[in-house]
Design a protein around this ligand. Structure first.
Ligand code: FAD
Ligand code: SF4
Ligand code: SF4
Length: 479
């Protein structure tokens, strides 16, 4: 029975259930259960079908949300999937890990008190269901163009571009320095937010489509960018940002103070069945330890929640602003609190205490000051005595910067911004080197999967336009 729309007045918001805290603290499986078809239809029917849908305006992909909500409410699920897939290469991934409270759902105009439509959960349902029904097929090209494109990096920016370009008939090779494709979706984001099978299902589809992956292949080390340009008609750089920001406090060189990504990569590898010596030796295992995480973004939230699941004795998070000013998704902060993480807001480490290994963090209290030019309140030390927090493992989650790209790509000519990211023409996403494009975090700085997908799609369009305009094509045989 098709659902009527505009049901938000009588039908309350009902997000998918979360697994009980006691259960999810013990494993790394996703915490949200999936909607059943009836639930998805009900929740989709709450949409008021806005003429100017602010949800779509604030979705980086401009998804046609009201239309696929209506199709879901009417039970026309194959059409709903086709519409969702028309603007998004990986809707089931965005449905799981977009910070919807800051994007689509945070801008849903349903009046306050009635709560937004659960857009992300419906998007996830539509696509997971389409996989189960066998509606999702590799997008094989109608004809081969005989031109190849080399993509460096297999994160969401690289593989979204790969899918688009392959569908257009280009021969696509993705170079990846890791042993598995997927970028931060495999080695950064924990399984309890995004199960690895969900990403691997997409990679398998790309392989079936004809995209080729060269793993354990680092551009700059195994091949220079100049050589890569000779092999391919165009090159896309989608290498992400990986240099951790450092903490300049006395004692920060002590053992057992580790960068967030090192800790998360180890945890993800263990989950994938790899042997990780630093985990097996206990260095990167939080089990039985008093863990202190420093930072307030999504990476910090992933660290605290991973430590809980590894069986840490206690997990605390030090953040220099307050809860309202945390950069991480409000939903993930709430999940961390539910799972037993203690937040010490308005505090920052002043020193790390210990002889060889860290034994405690000496913290100072902060307070919010005047609003700066970016519109954010500044922070300054408060007039309060320092405090001491016992710690056996400290995880630094202060954000990421780009690595040295001139050195990393073995190309001194590529133009960088003053932040060290790649400089591109924002219309075409081409760098200063003809035929070399860039997308994702390496252009914007650390951002989101949904923005990386958007950039990957835009870069694919830029590359297609560039190659169409080029008269000389590079033969596939020259690879
Ligand atoms: P990446 O995903 O970083 O992929 C880049 C790839 O390039 C990597 O596989 C890397 O190995 C490879 N590479 C680099 N240099 C070379 C080279 N020279 N040769 C060959 N290969 C190379 N975003 C969300 O939307 N929601 C979340 O919940 C979320 N959680 C996050 C949690 C953590 C811990 C982190 C670190 C990030 C999170 N993000 C999240 C951000 C998101 O993961 C990134 O914005 C996104 O993955 C960027 O995509 P990308 O394709 O630009 O780069
Ligand atoms: Fe919302 Fe992300 Fe889906 Fe866009 S892609 S509709 S922002 S969940
Ligand atoms: Fe529907 Fe909310 Fe989007 Fe309006 S803003 S179209 S009510 S989901």
């Amino acid at each position: 029975m098709p659902e009527r729309m505009l049901q938000f007045v009588s039908l309350p918001q009902q997000p998918p259930d979360k697994r009980p805290v006691a259960e999810r603290r013990r494993d790394f499986s996703e915490i949200y259960r999936r909607f059943e078809a009836g639930e998805a239809a009900h929740q989709a029917s709450r949409c008021s079908q806005c003429g100017v849908p602010f949800c779509s305006v604030h979705c980086p992909l401009g998804n046609d949300i009201p239309d696929w909500l209506k199709l879901t409410a009417e039970g026309r699920l194959e059409e709903a999937y086709e519409l969702a897939a028309a603007t998004n290469n990986f809707p089931e991934i965005c449905g799981r890990i977009c910070p919807q409270d800051r994007l689509c759902e945070g801008n849903c105009v349903i009046e306050k008190g009635y709560e937004s439509v659960t857009i992300g959960a419906v998007e996830r349902f539509i696509t997971d269901n389409a996989f189960e029904q066998g509606w999702i097929k590799p997008r094989r090209p109608r004809r081969e163009r005989g031109i190849s494109v080399g993509i460096v990096g297999s994160g969401p920016a690289g593989i979204a571009a790969a899918e688009e370009l392959r569908a257009q008939g280009y021969s696509v090779v993705v170079y990846e320095r890791q042993d598995r494709p997927g970028g931060l979706m495999i080695y950064g984001i924990p399984n309890f937010k995004l199960e690895k099978e969900v990403v691997q299902r997409r990679i398998a589809l790309l392989e079936e489509q004809g995209v080729r992956f060269r793993l354990n292949f680092e551009v700059g080390r195994d091949l220079s960018l100049a050589e890569l340009r000779r092999r391919h008609g165009a090159v896309l750089l989608a290498t992400g940002v990986y240099k951790p920001r450092e903490l300049a406090a006395p004692g920060s060189g002590l053992d057992a103070i580790v960068p967030a990504l090192e800790y998360l990569v180890a945890a993800n590898r263990v989950g994938l069945g790899d042997s990780v010596p630093d985990f097996d030796s206990g260095v990167l295992d939080a089990c039985g330890k008093r863990v202190v995480v420093i930072g307030g973004g999504d990476t910090a939230m992933d660290c605290v929640r991973t430590a809980v699941r590894q069986g840490a004795r206690s997990v605390s998070c030090l953040y220099r602003r307050d809860r309202a000013n945390m950069p991480g998704s409000a939903r993930e902060v709430a999940n961390a609190i539910d799972e037993g993480v203690e937040f010490i807001w308005l505090s920052t480490p002043k020193a790390f205490l210990g002889t060889e290994s860290v034994g405690a963090v000496q913290g100072v209290r902060m307070r919010l000051g005047l609003t700066d030019s970016s519109g954010r309140q500044s922070v300054e030390p408060a007039d309060a005595p320092p405090f001491r927090l016992p710690a056996d493992l400290v995880i630094k989650a202060l954000g990421f910067d780009p690595e040295d790209l001139h050195q990393g790509l073995a190309d001194p000519d590529i133009a960088l911004t003053r932040w060290g990211t790649l400089r591109v023409n924002h219309r075409t996403l081409m760098t200063n080197l003809p035929g070399v494009f860039a997308a994702g975090d390496i252009v914007r700085g650390a951002s989101l999967v949904v923005w990386a997908i958007r950039d990957g799609r835009d870069a694919a369009a830029g590359i297609h336009a560039y190659l169409e305009a080029e008269t000389a094509s590079v033969a596939v045989a020259a690879e």
